[in-house]
Design a protein around this ligand. Structure first.
Ligand code: PLP
Length: 277
């Protein structure tokens, strides 16, 4: 069973735990293989609890690195399946990788700079900010973006609040303007990189990414750019409406989850660096 955890074209997140339960109920021993490319390190992913057999991810999204590393987590059932699989393979055979990794090596020349970057990214995510805070930040940023979209009178392609992606938002547009126009104008006038709508061709949309090394002010700048773009294309959006809604959401979320924690962690870090010097 192949599942995309976080659908980057529509901004919908799948419930992997429920898919696992459905597989258990069906009593089928299929492997569960999950694409976590746009979710890993941004929203919770529980390889062991969900009994995922293979998780595929990449370096370029929540791990905040350039593209280039394919990252796999492989469980014992998948390894056993690969032992008996008949498919011809060489470079993509993970058996020599596992063997050499156990000795601290790779069977091929590794992308050493990317691995050094990965070590730093993991330190930032796990030690400096902490994964729970990283997940909270992504939730907060996504809520802010969705509040902005609603204030413009637009809807997200994802309709079910339980499935909204916390890493990107696809925004549906009226027929009067196309997703491509929004993307082109935002890039040309403001140097803002948005995504065109993907997937269902009948859904006229564009996408706002909000994952990785990103904070509230960067999201506000993005929403400001989108707001000016939509206004410039003749859509009736009140300037400042999306920004105000987003700011309100950020302030409310900060009041309830973690503004003080963040301050405490900055104080702790400043204290630690003073002590070190
Ligand atoms: C969920 C998901 N799967 C797969 C891919 C493809 O990744 P790549 O372009 O590294 O092959 C992407 C890229 O954005 C993605 O978001």
């Amino acid at each position: 069973v192949l599942v995309v955890h976080n659908e980057t074209s529509t901004g919908v997140t799948s419930n992997i735990a429920e898919i696992r339960e459905a597989m258990d109920r069906a009593g089928h021993d299929a492997l569960l293989i999950v694409d976590a490319i746009s979710s890993l390190a941004s929203i919770p992913f529980r390889f062991d609890d969900w009994r995922v057999d293979v998780c595929l991810s990449g370096s370029q999204k929540g791990l905040m690195l350039p593209p280039g590393l394919g990252i796999l987590c492989v469980g014992p059932r998948a390894i056993a399946a690969s032992e008996s699989a008949k498919a011809a393979r060489h470079y993509f055979d993970w058996r020599p990788v596992l063997k050499e990794n156990a000795l601290g090596f790779y069977p091929y020349t590794p992308a050493t700079l990317m691995l050094a970057g990965l070590r730093d990214a993991l330190r930032l995510l796990i030690e400096d900010e902490g994964l729970e805070a990283v997940f909270g930040r992504h939730r907060r940023l996504a809520q802010g973006v969705r509040a902005g979209v609603a204030a413009w009178g637009l809807t997200t392609v994802s309709r079910d609040a339980d499935c909204h992606s916390q890493t990107l938002t696809a925004v549906e547009l009226p027929d009067s303007i196309s997703g491509q126009d929004v993307v082109d104008r935002a890039r040309a006038l403001y140097g803002l990189s948005l995504g065109v709508g993907l997937g269902e061709p009948q859904i006229n949309s564009f996408r706002i990414g909000h994952l990785g090394a990103l904070n509230e002010l960067e999201v506000l700048a993005t929403l400001g750019g989108v707001e000016m773009t939509l206004h410039g294309l003749g859509l009736q959006v009140e300037l400042g409406s999306g920004l105000a809604a987003c700011e309100r959401t950020f302030l409310d979320a900060r009041a309830t989850d973690g503004a003080l924690d963040a301050l405490d962690s900055v104080r702790a870090r400043v204290g630690a660096s003073k002590a070190a010097s």
